[in-house]
Design a protein around this ligand. Structure first.
Ligand code: AMP
Ligand code: MG
Length: 433
């Protein structure tokens, strides 16, 4: 078995005491194996699920050439004679769902409505507002230059061509994708089974909702934040509650989590001082590295694998993230380190979170040598012109800063102090968190 430590040493810039965010992301990505099991679901149940295989279009969409306008279909040969005005006799009518079955000569046209099949031989449609009809409605006239050959015709297969991949495996299904599959006549699809993620909080000071808050204790907020962030990723969640800082309780919780989940997330108990007993414990049934990330907030992080059995390799495995306890650090670490892994393990093809440039309305204190994710409020003063103001306290315990903010201000590893008016990178998180 390759251990995490053997593996990590091969990663450039591997320093467990000051691990750059990008190096940590590169390591954890390597351990993310997608769940193999596939489920067949009805189209409506496929929203937000991950497609397990490419969908190859069984038909052309649209299935026939059809009109893009209300007007008159004719053969473009009628335009070729060099005359200024085209005159055509109306020989029939075609509506969407009611094709015109007869023949059409160069001197003739067919009244067509949007979506109607192009009559055989016709390749061009002149929109109705560009023609003059005679009083009996038996013929039309229009300026030849008003329409180019092939205009206003939608080609068969122009939306989706038969035999081509309409959607790729790894796609997280959106509203348009459900409609797209319906347009192909597909009513059921194969998706990956949902990833199962177990989580619990550690700390003797933590109280669950409904319990009285005795002096020195705090309500456990991390489990709710984690639950909600996981829900946004459409994974199955297993909430294992609060676990006391006791080796036996922690071991029981971790091993039962590994028995029932693909991934185990914990919060708290990994900072220096607290980490010692967790470290010792995890060595008995896990392969876990304790890192100090070069980032703020969210320095301490434990990462590796745990097993439901008594020794590493025994029983069922799960990927393990020991997140810091501070409420903001939990969220930042989740988005920067955990999220991509969960998407990969769900079988999805993750896209990087969008980053845009904004002008800082304030000077920002920053030390080179670590990546900072400050909380900011971004406003768009003009379309495409973003300004950002950091929220007041940037302490990693102040969760209200996350609720107040709508973006992370991402200050890169090598970046130093930011002056007022300077450009910074922001990562908007509306809709994400
Ligand atoms: P720790 O990482 O366990 O040393 O915790 C760091 C800080 O985060 C301490 O102030 C804890 O009380 C706080 N904390 C840890 N876990 C939670 C939690 N689940 N909910 C709210 N605060 C927490
Ligand atoms: Mg603690």
């Amino acid at each position: 078995m390759t251990t995490l430590n053997d593996f990590s040493r091969c990663v450039a810039q591997y320093d467990p005491h000051a691990l750059p965010v990008k190096a940590a992301q590169a390591i954890v990505r390597q351990w993310a194996a997608p769940v193999a099991a596939v489920e067949r679901v009805a189209l409506r149940d496929a929203l937000d699920r991950v497609l397990a295989a490419d969908i190859v279009s069984p038909i052309d969409v649209p299935s026939h050439d059809n009109s893009a306008m209300d007007g008159y279909a004719f053969q473009s040969a009628a335009l070729a004679s060099g005359i200024a005005t085209v005159a055509l006799a109306i020989v029939g009518k075609a509506l969407a769902g009611h094709p015109y079955e007869g023949g059409v000569e160069t001197t003739q046209c067919v009244r067509v409505m949007t979506g109607a099949c192009m009559p055989t031989g016709c390749d061009t449609v002149v929109p109705q507002e560009l023609v003059e009809r005679n009083a009996e409605c038996t013929s039309i006239r229009f300026a030849a230059r008003a329409v180019a050959p092939g205009a206003n015709r939608r080609l068969a297969g122009e939306d989706l061509a038969r035999g081509h991949a309409a959607l790729r495996a790894g796609r997280v299904m959106r509203a348009s994708d459900l409609g797209l599959l319906a347009s192909l006549g597909i009513g059921e699809v194969n998706v990956r089974r949902r990833l199962r993620v177990a989580f619990f909080s550690t700390g003797d000071e933590l109280r669950s909702l409904g319990e009285p808050l005795d002096p020195g204790s705090v309500y456990d907020s991390n489990r709710y934040t984690l639950f909600a962030m996981l829900r946004r990723l459409n994974v199955d969640t297993l909430d294992l509650g609060v676990v006391r800082d006791e080796p036996a309780a922690l071991e029981a919780a971790l091993r039962s989590a590994a028995a029932s989940a693909d991934v185990v997330l914990t919060s708290g108990g990994v900072s220096v001082g607290e980490a010692d007993f967790t470290k010792q414990l995890l060595q008995t049934f896990g392969d876990v590295a304790f890192w100090s990330l070069a980032m703020r907030p969210g320095r301490p992080l434990a990462f590796g694998r745990v097993w439901s059995g008594e020794r590493p390799g025994l029983g069922l495995p799960a990927l393990f993230f020991g997140l810091p306890g501070n409420p903001v650090a939990v969220m930042v670490t989740f988005y920067q380190i955990v999220r991509e892994v969960l998407l990969l393990m769900s079988g999805a093809t993750p896209q990087p979170l969008p980053v845009i440039r904004a002008t800082s309305r304030q000077a920002i204190r920053k030390r080179a040598g670590r990546t900072e994710f400050q909380r900011g409020v971004a406003v768009q003063s003009e379309p495409g012109e973003w300004h950002v103001t950091p929220t007041g306290s940037q302490s990693s315990g102040v969760l209200s800063s996350m609720s107040e903010a709508n973006c992370f201000i991402v200050l890169d590893h090598d970046e130093g102090e930011i002056a007022e008016g300077q450009q910074v990178a922001i990562m908007p998180f509306d809709g994400l968190i």
